[in-house]
Design a protein around this ligand. Structure first.
Ligand code: GLY
Length: 373
């Protein structure tokens, strides 16, 4: 497998809360040198999950060199992202005597990054943390931008805080340890960036996506770099999602409803829901006369060429009907004044926020998609 040779760096410029996202193979091995400038004393507390701990914790420990490391490994999976494991994590950090000048490290995918980041946000009214994302999804999306939190019984990510990391170390070499399905799920978020704001990036993905999936390290590093650069720009302009940041939710209103309908289970991973959601958002945009017929066809062709989920038929098992799916969308936190907010498109690379989408058009798109199962 080829690997990128140099480390890329993307800055997130947020005044006093600015930080760097470092991207490339081998960052775990040099974690000590990367993190040392942030430390007031040579020790860190690492929050991870049991799967990631088995794969990467010793590499991180070795990379930290003389920096002492305590680690908490939580159960792997979305169910961890709730009050019980948050409470356990905060109590563990307190028992480890983590102080405000210390650093918490989140080593893992989106669940660990969100939970550990939220624990850092509330611990002693806020301690600094470093994201060390180990999945493609976390490297291109959840580790950057400071959204932290946990799920409620009433919905995903309903409890949380904006708390920016002090550094992100995206070691693209660790992506080699990801199961193919998890890598492709993360790729759903990569495609999202091209679709929402950079048609040239989508062209690049059409050309290089297959090599990326097959293990080309340089293609992986470049895809992460371009995705993070896009996200950084959006977060700099709209940190708290008052406007433009909502574009990052392209595909998510449909996707979250499908995740809820499948019980947040292994039937549908988050990025798979996003990929199907993007295809549905393009279908809805075309139905509303906002984009050409060619755009949704091209999106679906790329998802299919990558072997990704793109249709409701790709979800195993039964799904509820269109009205039940719409009811699930109505619980989404992106509902404003009871109106469904969708990210729609005028074409590839040209997304916008729409608050006035006719429910009958949404229902018709879902009915068509369900009929295709
Ligand atoms: N994952 C969407 C955002 O960070 O805004």
């Amino acid at each position: 497998m080829t690997q990128g040779t140099a480390i890329d760096e993307v800055g997130v410029a947020l005044g006093a809360r600015s930080y760097k996202v470092r991207i490339g193979a081998g960052l775990l091995a040099r974690a000590g040198a990367e993190i040392a400038p942030l430390l007031a004393r040579p020790r860190v507390a690492v929050v991870t999950d049991e799967t990631v701990a088995g794969l990467h914790l010793e590499a991180l420990r070795a990379g930290l060199g003389d920096i002492a490391m305590a680690a908490l490994a939580l159960p792997a999976g979305e169910a961890t992202k709730g009050w019980a494991q948050l409470s356990r994590t905060v109590d563990w950090l307190l028992a480890e005597k983590v102080e405000r000048r210390d650093i918490v490290i989140a080593l893992g995918g989106g669940v660990i990054g969100d939970l550990a980041g939220f624990a850092a946000a509330v611990l002693r009214r806020g301690v600094r943390f470093v994201q060390v994302p180990t999945t493609l999804l976390a490297q291109v999306d959840s580790s950057v931008g400071g959204k932290t939190g946990i799920n409620s019984a009433l919905g995903k990510n309903l409890i949380g805080a904006f708390h920016q990391p002090s550094l992100v170390l995206a070691d693209t070499g660790v992506l080699a340890s990801l199961p193919a399905r998890d890598l492709l799920s993360g790729y759903g978020e990569v495609v999202k960036y091209g679709l929402l704001g950079d048609a040239g990036f989508f062209d690049w993905l059409e050309a290089h996506g297959p090599a990326l999936a097959a293990g080309d390290g340089q293609a992986r590093q470049e895809a992460v770099r371009r995705s993070v650069a896009m996200k950084a720009g959006i977060v700099e302009r709209d940190e708290t999602e008052a406007g433009e940041r909502a574009l990052l939710n392209l595909g998510h209103t449909f996707g979250h409803a499908l995740e809820a309908a499948t019980g947040y289970s292994g039937r549908l991973l988050h990025g798979e829901g996003v990929a199907i959601g993007c295809a549905l958002a393009f279908a809805l945009s075309q139905r509303l006369g906002l984009c050409s017929q060619e755009a949704p066809s091209r999106v679906r062709a790329h998802l299919k060429a990558m072997g990704m989920t793109c249709d409701l038929a790709d979800i195993p098992g039964d799904l509820p009907g269109a009205e039940a799916l719409m009811a699930l969308m109505a619980q989404d936190k992106k509902v404003v004044d009871g109106r469904l907010r969708f990210i729609l498109v005028r074409g590839i690379g040209s997304a916008f926020v729409a608050d006035d989408v006719p429910p009958e058009a949404v229902k018709a798109v879902l009915e068509d998609a369900l009929a295709g199962r």
